[in-house]
Ligand binder design. Sequence first.
Ligand code: FES
Length: 230
Amino acid sequence: MAVNIVKPALPDEYLVDNRVYTDEQVFRQEQEKIFYRVWNFVCHESDIARPGDYLTTHAAGQPVIICRNAQGKINAFYNTCRHRAAQVVRDEHGKANVFTCLYHLWTYDLDGNLVRVPEIEAYKTNDSPEGLKKEDFGLIAVRVQSIHRMVFVSFDEDAPSLADYLGDVAERFRHPFGSTDLKVWVVRRQLLKANWKMQPENSRDGAGGHGGRRRGRIRARASGAELHRH
Ligand code: FES
């Protein structure tokens, strides 16, 4: 049944084109032109406090591993095996010395180096007498930087540094997120079956009672050294 919608008698700038919420093409362009190019928040440093700690998540729709290597450095990689592109790490978080892909057991260290390939000799052929060079097949690194202990990743090699990208906004993270006493205490997740803009737009809607129901996307209590992520 055709629906005849009469355009309200308002200037165009008062109206929202609904395709920004429903059109797959618009969404893809947002991924490409915004989220692949900016710095995406992934975790607090306390989420991966010790060497070997890791977590997996998605940023801009891409699966990533965030981990601390043996020296305490934070690394990020696409969570995609260099063999046949299986998901390497399936747990949401944990502690490990290496990551082993369950499909054919290729194994990577915490710096993304490919360190073990079962039956690697089988890759030697007449055309390729040297066989598979492990150094050519490490996990693909993703840019990762922290500011005041908030960890972000970017998929754009040409993006400015995180500090330049955030500018003055970074200062707002210093208290309490930058405190060494602060750690993630509980994580609550909510899956909204809606376009990503619906939640932030409604959170910022000053009209009516919305503000009261949606207090603080990130609430922190510095004195108790607790961070709640909602
Ligand atoms: S796809 Fe990972 S080892 Fe084969």
